[in-house]
Design a protein around this ligand. Structure first.
Ligand code: FAD
Length: 402
């Protein structure tokens, strides 16, 4: 027998998903005195430990700082102003910090999420429910939208009435499916490539991010913290991570990242090993009726250019401002412009990811024509100051203010 539904509650905004987008949005709303409820399907402990992103662009850091959300990041993150391309057995340093005056900040996503949960729930007193099941959206085209869910403790199905719903539940959530199919389209790109994503319990093996373009496939090195390093190895999509033994992983990394004068790799225990199938999608528009999507729920960029979380936070900043203006001053301009403003940046980053994918993967495509044009793109970065400046601007999202 299904337990009886308790009396319904009311919050101006229900946020589905406590990832970076949902938590930043919640904090912006709380800061302006707007009530909201965050519903998250996992436990707090789980989301505070889930490793994913690490590279945050300077404009995002400044956007977090302006909203009082960057204290931990500013204290603990590393700043990077250089990366290294390795190809043809040589190393090429790319000094984007010198070209732009801006940096990448390296701060593991789980550290940021931990800071954001604390700020939203413990400091700003935001309501949040963890471990909820079967979230369902109703009446998104009406004046009285609502969200219901199964409470993990009681098994009851509370209904929360609200004015707006923010779908911040990532790539595998439920809110994207609640968008009306006749008014929304989804554009997709499948690269047909897999990446073995690894976390190694080992200090970094270079003092910056390293991209290795090798006939055997792409390899990447990215510091996460002093004792954990992320590595990537291009592999067939759908490959079995268990086919990658410790010995095979490190042999392949050594071969693909080899270059004259490069320091040896610091080997360590592999604490994460999973295959990501590289694909992108964009939902257009990102809003319908009372439902607004943000972050990976609306658009996915494979981690090729490390853009996904940066875009998610951009959405959260804009959606937060739009909702605050609408709910506190009756000004709906920000909400009306939300989707178009976000999509401009989203498509810009999608295009850069696609361009960069060819740089990473063309050498190993088996097609000598693609290998040749890839090499030309790489050389141009180091031969042409104009090409270098354009790359640095895209790599850092340098034109964005949030
Ligand atoms: P998520 O972080 O996915 O959060 C969504 C939340 O919703 C989750 O907590 C989830 O548990 C919850 N949820 C899901 N379904 C439901 C439901 N039905 N009901 C309630 N809650 C639900 N991006 C960068 O910018 N830089 C990087 O360096 C970078 N590196 C990456 C490396 C890897 C290996 C991967 C996989 C991704 C990387 N990304 C990077 C992308 C980045 O991790 C994502 O873009 C980011 O997490 C998106 O944030 P979000 O808040 O939109 O979604």
């Amino acid at each position: 027998m299904t337990p009886a539904s308790p009396a319904s509650e009311r919050f101006p905004v229900v946020v589905v998903g406590a990832g970076p987008a949902g938590l930043v949005l919640g904090s912006v709303l709380r800061d302006a005195g707007v009530g909201c409820l965050v519903l998250e399907s996992e436990t707090r402990e789980f989301i505070e430990r889930r490793p994913r992103a690490g590279v945050i662009e300077e404009w995002v850091v400044r956007g977090l700082e302006r909203r009082g959300l960057a204290r931990g990041l500013l204290e603990r993150a590393q700043r990077h102003g250089e990366c290294e391309f390795r190809f043809g057995g040589e190393r090429f340093r790319f000094r984007y910090g010198e070209l732009t005056g801006l940096h990448h900040w390296v701060y593991p996503q789980q550290f940021l999420v931990t800071d954001l949960v604390r700020e939203y729930a413990d400091v700003r007193g935001g309501a949040i429910r963890f471990g909820v099941r079967d979230v369902r959206l109703d009446g998104m085209d009406s004046e009285r939208p609502s969200v219901s869910y199964t409470d993990p403790g009681t098994g009851e199905r509370p209904t929360v009435e609200c004015a707006f719903v923010a779908g911040c539940d990532g790539a595998r959530g439920v809110t994207r499916a609640a968008m009306p199919a006749d008014r929304v389209r989804t554009a997709r790109l499948d690269y047909g490539i897999g990446w073995l994503a690894l976390l190694a319990e080992a200090p970094q093996s270079a003092d910056c991010v390293v991209f290795g373009m090798h006939p055997r496939g792409f390899a990447g090195h990215m510091q996460r913290s002093t004792d954990v390093t992320r590595y990537y190895l291009q592999c067939p999509p759908g490959d079995d991570p268990e086919a990658w033994s410790h010995r095979r992983v490190w042999a392949e990394l050594r071969e693909r990242l080899a270059a004259g004068g490069a320091p040896p790799l610091n080997e360590g225990r592999l604490i994460e090993k999973r295959v990501l199938d590289m694909h992108n999608y964009v939902v257009e528009p990102m809003a319908a009726g009372r439902l607004f999507l943000a972050g990976d729920a609306a658009h996915l960029t494979a981690p090729i250019a490390a853009k996904g979380m940066n875009l998610a936070l951009h959405d959260a900043f804009l959606l937060g401002e739009g909702l605050v203006a609408r709910l506190t001053k009756g000004d709906g301009d920000g909400l009306s412009a939300y989707s178009a403003t976000c999509l401009r940046r989203v498509w810009d980053y999608q295009e850069f990811s696609q361009w960069l994918s060819e740089v990473y993967h063309g050498t190993a495509s088996g097609d000598p024509y693609r290998a040749g044009t890839t090499l030309a793109r790489l050389r141009r970065l180091f031969d042409s100051p104009v090409a270098a400046a354009a790359f640095a601007e895209q790599y850092l999202g340098a034109r964005t203010v949030a």
